[in-house]
Structures are given as structure tokens and as C-alpha cells.
Design a protein around this ligand. Structure first.
Ligand code: SF4
Ligand code: SF4
Length: 204
């Protein structure tokens, strides 16, 4: 568990870098070309609805369920302690269709349910992630993508860009706490910067 951050919401530490890191999300979904790690329970849920997923897959995807996932592995950043990666098929996540849409989200939309009800948590969170018990930026994945966040005129923080996802993840109460923390953190940062600029003026 990460002890380097002071704020914890719903048992998850918050890395304040999310309030200042600039991010602009506007591409064709390259983040889905590499697959994702699902929690074992999410993996089980997806397999339990395979009969609804298969009919809405297209010819660029495989309907062989044995090719949907990698072997399970231990990982403490997952609720069940076990992560299962989605396999790549045709150089993209096995659930990504030829139009760049996630089949799991497509199914939820078709059913009129919440759009993320079948979607793995790490897909919802990206470009954020949970690493060693803390909500932080998935900079490793962002950096290896060719188009992700490559817009040079970025004015939005990753926190601002991901509010809908964070509200879904933390719930209303947890998200309000996060909003408060964001204001506190940004105010204290502003004061520190003011102080530093006053000090440098005095030295000059
Ligand atoms: S499960 Fe869906 S959202 Fe997640 S990586 Fe695969 S296609 Fe993308
Ligand atoms: S998160 Fe990055 S790769 Fe994914 S859609 Fe947004 S900009 Fe594109």
C-alpha cells in the first residue's frame, strides 16, 4: 500500500498529480489496442454473459472464448487479488470491434443499462489507474501510445477530463470528497508558488 500520499478516499490513496497533469483525450481509442487487466470477478462476469457478447461481435473479433483472456496472475491492485489480461486479437483487445467500439459497452448500451456496467474498472479509469493502492496517472501506458495526449495545446487537467469516470468510480459521496481535496490542494499549491515568487523577487 502506498504511504507517500496523505489523502485516502474509499480506501484508495490519491496522488495529487492528477490535479495538475495536463491531459487531452481526443483520438480513435488507441488505448484499447493493448488490452487491459481485468479483475478475476470482472473476467467471470464477462464470461457469464458470453452468449450476449458473441452475437454482437464482428468479423475482426474472435468468438472463441478461449482466446479472450490471458492466464490469471496475482496482483494486489485488484480487489480479488487476481488479474486477468484480455488477449489481443487482430492487434487489438479481443473486445474492440472494427469501428473502435468496446463490445462490452455496446452490449450495455443495447440493453439500456449504464454504459459501463460490464466494462472493466481499469478501462473506465484510463488514463488514470490504481497503482500500489493509489489513484494516479497511467503515464507508462500514455507514454507508449502514439496519439494519446499528444495535443500540444492542452489546457485541461486529467482530473477535469475524467470527472465523469471518477464520479462513477468513487460514487457521489467519495467524489465530493475528492472535489474538496482538489480545491484544498490547488489552493495550497497557489500559495506556495506565490511565496516562492515573492522570495525570488526579494533575492533579486
Ligand atoms: S475491454 Fe473494451 S474498453 Fe477495455 S480495452 Fe478492451 S475494448 Fe477497450
Ligand atoms: S485515453 Fe488516450 S488513447 Fe485513449 S482515447 Fe483518449 S487520447 Fe486516445
Amino acid at each position: 500500500m502506498s504511504q507517500k500520499f496523505s489523502k485516502k478516499i474509499n480506501g484508495i490513496f490519491i496522488d495529487p498529480i492528477i490535479f495538475t497533469y495536463n491531459f487531452h483525450c481526443k483520438c480513435s481509442g488507441e488505448c484499447c489496442w493493448y488490452g487491459v487487466y481485468t479483475d478475476l470477478k470482472e473476467h467471470d462476469l464477462i464470461l457469464s454473459i458470453k452468449d450476449k457478447i458473441i452475437p454482437i461481435m464482428d468479423e475482426s473479433q474472435t468468438t472463441d472464448i478461449n482466446k479472450w483472456f490471458e492466464a490469471p496472475e496475482k496482483d494486489e491492485d485488484f480487489d480479488s487479488g487476481v488479474a486477468v489480461g484480455t488477449e489481443l486479437f487482430n492487434n487489438k483487445c479481443s473486445f474492440l470491434d472494427k469501428n473502435g467500439l468496446c463490445t462490452l459497452q455496446k452490449l450495455a448500451n443495447n440493453e439500456g443499462g449504464h454504459k459501463w456496467k460490464y466494462k472493466p474498472r481499469y478501462c473506465i479509469l484510463f488514463p488514470l489507474t490504481i497503482f500500489e493502492g493509489a489513484l494516479t496517472i497511467d503515464d507508462e501506458h500514455i507514454d507508449r501510445l502514439k496519439t494519446c495526449n499528444k495535443n500540444p495545446i492542452v489546457k485541461t487537467s486529467i482530473y477535469e477530463a475524467c470527472k465523469e469516470e471518477l464520479k462513477y468510480f468513487f460514487g457521489e459521496k467519495g467524489f465530493s470528497e475528492l472535489e474538496e481535496y482538489s480545491k484544498e490542494y490547488l489552493n495550497s499549491l497557489e500559495k506556495k508558488n506565490e511565496l516562492a515568487s515573492n522570495n525570488s523577487r526579494e533575492v533579486a
